[in-house]
Design a binder for this molecule. Structure first.
Ligand SMILES: CC(C)(COP(=O)(O)OP(=O)(O)OC[C@H]1O[C@@H](n2cnc3c(N)ncnc32)[C@H](O)[C@@H]1OP(=O)(O)O)[C@@H](O)C(=O)NCCC(=O)NCCS
Length: 164
């Protein structure tokens, strides 16, 4: 993701309804500029989120973002957002299959997780489709958008990915 992606990112990330289960909803374009500016300069640094822009092949327009949180040397977390007009076209699956395959095979990662609000049915369908298993349901463990919310944790191991 680059500084020039700020307008597009703001365009779909500021939608409070489509992003109602997200922890971060930017109020202004400056919030988005600051978000892009603080991205790490390199991939695969423990303790950082690395953000990809998802581009539509035909138009090369940014239609979504895909974040990888490198938890430690061996484990990563995923987060994905598609512009609502581009949802349910298989784009999130397509983007995640490529990136996760690279992380498990080429970067030899051991485990991936996703942390999801249990009301977020689209996200749950997405990770289950990728082969993640539900590992935990934490009750009111996360304060977001003015309320304490539950958090479900999904995970998949490298050995499960290779057979899925
Ligand atoms: C979650 C999200 C990224 C999914 O992106 P997407 O491009 O629409 O997903 P895909 O089209 O690749 O679909 C993936 C699978 O999830 C299913 N799915 C997607 N949206 C769904 C919905 N609203 N309800 C039920 N299933 C849904 C699809 O049917 C597909 O499964 P299938 O192949 O077995 O049919 C998208 O809904 C989104 O951006 N939501 C808002 C942001 C957000 O909450 N992100 C999650 C943060 S953890």
């Amino acid at each position: 993701m680059q500084a020039s992606d700020a307008d597009a990112l703001f365009g779909f990330r500021c939608d409070k309804i489509s992003n109602q289960y997200q922890g971060w909803i930017p109020e202004t374009i400056d919030d988005v500029r600051a978000f892009i500016k603080k991205q790490p300069l390199a991939f695969d640094i423990p303790g950082t989120w690395y953000q990809f822009a998802i581009l539509e092949k035909e138009t090369e327009l940014m239609i979504g973002d895909l974040g990888i949180h490198f938890i430690d040397e061996w484990q990563f977390e995923i987060g994905c957002t598609l512009d609502k007009i581009h949802q349910r076209k298989g784009y999130a699956i397509e983007a995640l299959l490529v990136i996760m395959d690279k992380l498990f095979r080429d970067f030899n990662k051991h485990r991936a997780i996703a942390s999801i609000d249990p009301r977020n049915q689209a996200s749950i369908a997405l990770v289950e489709r990728l082969g993640f298993r539900k590992e935990a349901h934490h009750i009111e463990s996360y304060y977001a958008n003015g309320e304490w919310t539950d958090d479900v944790v999904y995970a998949i191991l490298k050995r499960e990915w290779t057979t899925s």
